[in-house]
Design a protein around this ligand. Structure first.
Ligand code: DLL
Length: 445
């Protein structure tokens, strides 16, 4: 195994990890072969995809290697909705061993399927991610991602089991029980959404339990945008190392990519999921390093091959090699989605900008909600921020000063005036899964 620099502290190197360190030419060869096979599979078995290829005057023979991926048509969430439930499946149902579904904000969910081979790829991808972040078979892991149609719970679960870790499949919710288990079962690692973990830390605090004094060492967080400020907050309050895992149902679920121990970008398992960045307006590919919309193609999936899927997630591909030595490319952490954005008085605003400003100004305030309203025909932004218990005891003038400081910090970042409403501890609704950050009560006329 040449060309591998692996500076993990326990020197563990498993065969599947070699895929993270392939020489770039070898990786491209694999990607080319897999893309050619995937295009053929989709063209032969998915009428929807064949029609899209024909519109562009393409046949599978035109795709001769990975560089030809740019010729292919894009796909979008709407395509999954329009072909609901099984219209994009490329294999007979008897080969499909698992279904998941993701509920959109409107109407019917989208349905995704996996063959046994797809399940094995998924499991190995999550396992590679877990290994890269330092999870080991000695870990006892509390998995509070939701189990069920959501891909988070079962996706992480299978990866953990394949690694040989001890999994506690607790799913989301019942926070007091979560804390009892964390403590009594000697849990060493957790997985779940970062917003729910923050809630767990708070509730533990109220119960008089300091999470940083338990056995917990690391956590694998994802399924929603979270900022670097949120990572610092989690790490400082709980004493664990917090890692970022990325994925989406349409492509796989968790495990499309994951950070390594160096926490500086998400390595994409690009021997299975090929990333591109495009300009969302012109749809033209952008060079590595430039920010745009992440587009991903599955190049080994059989039940439901998805080519050039527009994720709506905004990021860029890192140009520098990671010090871990992995040759698979990294994307910068995903702070925002193009459809999270709201426009207020002509200015584009992302919730993540507000989170970053809040945590920068006042480290202790991770619970917030952005309320959009219309008053006298004018659109207003009111940021509801929950204060901590210690702050509550301060004087009214101190509270005013906090509110002013927050308003100023946010206005500096987003460039428009906002209102800040300080709220009592525990008054902003908590989610056991993905947090809902924006409430849009505007009257659109
Ligand atoms: O959230 C899969 C997942 C489960 C990923 C558990 C990680 C951990 P969906 O419900 O289809 O799938 O939502 C996918 O969530 O397009 C992103 O906008 C967002 N997302 C997922 N992971 C991250 C992350 C799962 N690490 C959508 N950072 C994606 C930021 C994330 N956003």
């Amino acid at each position: 195994m040449k060309n591998i620099s692996w500076n993990d502290q326990d020197g563990l190197f498993l065969p599947e990890m070699a895929l993270d360190f392939l020489p770039p030419e070898k990786l491209r060869e694999i990607q080319s072969q897999r893309l050619i096979a995937t295009v053929k599979l989709a063209y032969d078995h998915v009428p929807f995809f064949r029609a899209r290829m024909e519109e562009k005057g393409l046949t599978p023979g035109d795709i001769k290697g990975i560089d030809d991926i740019v010729l292919l048509p894009f796909s979008m969430k709407k395509d999954l909705r329009d072909t609901y439930p099984y219209g994009l499946f490329a294999v007979d149902m008897k080969e499909v061993v698992r279904l998941h579904a993701s509920s959109g904000t409107t109407g019917k969910p989208i349905v995704v399927g996996y063959t046994q081979e797809d399940m094995d790829v998924w499991t190995q991808a999550v396992k590679r991610g877990l290994l890269a972040t330092g999870f080991r078979n000695t870990d006892i892991v509390q998995n509070f991602y939701g189990y069920g149609l959501f891909t988070g719970g079962l996706g992480i679960h299978y990866g953990l089991e394949a690694l040989g870790a001890t999994v506690i499949p607790i799913s989301g919710g019942n926070t007091e029980r979560q804390i009892m288990v964390l403590k009594d079962f000697n849990v060493t690692a957790v997985g779940g959404t970062p917003s729910y973990f923050v809630h767990i830390i708070d509730v533990a605090d109220k119960m008089g339990i300091d999470i940083s004094r338990l056995n917990l060492k690391r956590g694998i967080f994802g399924a929603e945008p979270w900022s670097e400020g949120m990572r610092t907050y989690i790490q400082e309050r709980s004493g664990i190392k917090a890692f970022d895992i990325y994925g989406l149902s349409e492509i796989l679920g968790p495990g499309v990519g994951c950070e390594c121990e160096h926490q500086n970008g998400i390595h994409i398992f690009e021997d299975h999921f090929f990333p591109e960045i495009i300009d969302p307006e012109t749809l033209q590919p952008l060079p590595d390093g430039e920010e745009g919309e992440l587009v991903i193609s599955t190049i080994s999936k059989r039940a439901m091959p998805i080519l050039r899927y527009r994720t709506r997630d905004i990021t860029s591909i890192e140009t520098e090699k990671c010090i871990c030595g992995r040759t698979i490319r990294r994307i910068r952490r995903i702070g925002r989605r193009s459809d999270d954005m709201f426009i207020i008085r002509g200015v584009n605003v992302y919730p993540s900008q507000i989170e970053t400003a809040l945590l920068r100004a006042e480290k202790a305030l991770p619970h917030y909600q952005i309320v959009l309203e219309t008053k006298n025909n004018m659109d207003l932004v009111d940021i509801h921020v929950e204060v901590s218990r210690e702050m509550i005891s301060d004087t009214v003038s101190d509270m005013d000063a906090i509110s002013r400081r927050l308003r100023h910090a946010i206005e500096q970042v987003i460039g428009i005036s906002v209102a800040v409403t300080l709220r009592e501890p525990g008054s902003i609704p908590r989610s056991e899964g993905k947090a809902k950050r924006t409430i849009d009560n505007r009257q659109h006329i």
